[in-house]
Design a protein around this ligand. Sequence first.
Ligand code: CP
Ligand code: NVA
Length: 309
Amino acid sequence: MEQRPRHLLTLLDYSPEEILNILTLARYLKSRRKYMPVLRGKVLLLYFEKPSTRTRISLEVAMKELGGDTIYVRREELQLIRGETLADTARVLSKYVHGIAARVYSHRTLEELAEYSSVPIINALSDKFHPLQALADALTIWEKLGTLTGVKVVFVGDGNNNVTHSLLVIGTKLGWRIWVACPRGYEPDPHLVKRLREESVRTGAEIHITHDLWEAVKGADVVYTDVWVSMGKEHEAEVRRRIFEPYRVTREVMEVAKPHAIFMHCLPARRGEEVTSEVIDGPRSVVWDQAENRLHTTKAVLVLLLRSL
Ligand code: CP
Ligand code: NVA
């Protein structure tokens, strides 16, 4: 029987031990950053429907440092735009390459790719999840706070976006106390929260959703935010900017968190909207190390998913 490849779409199907393995390997690869051709001869296709700075370049550098290669293609360059189905596209592309990293508008596109691909599909961001980001976030928290469990991580802003959802997933697996402070109507997906609350019984995690920013950030170890207008939501920009206004991370917000609390942001940031320049460029901000960790965690994912193919 044909063996199904292991994908990385949400991290929901990864155990805490598997996530720890990825993070441990990432720390090792970071500590010995050099050409390590364990993926020699392997090609990763990068299929992108949206722009990217960190994800695309870290995937490309990761493959090169591991001895492999990449091909970058935008959706509009494929026969998909002339009506070829996603299923046929996945069947064919997976005959050529050893893995496909895809950045898509709809998460359903990734699920369909995964259904028909004979090689691993890696979520490079969808409207629902951003697991590669969450892995880098967890590594950063581990490095900066010296622990991975029991930390109070507060996400401020759009509770219903890809970055928040993935933070909730990884935080549940790793036993964090996660708070989401968001405006009414922008809460995380209730189905996801229900599933994660069930899982949290086993991992010791806590999930709190509130509209009270000040209650949420009290005693936080980590204050995390993301843009108010994600890619694909541009048509809602005006309304969102008005609604999210009270959820800006400012110096006053950081002062309510613990004295050693760190500020995190997946980037790209809009200074003056979700965070002030003073905070993101200030001493508690770890955003550049967080961005760097995208490379090391991505390398670990690629080694674990592509090496045995
Ligand atoms: N954080 C992140 O995914 O950045 P890019 O959109 O630049 O890839
Ligand atoms: N939530 C943001 C993340 C960008 C990395 C977006 O989807 O645009």
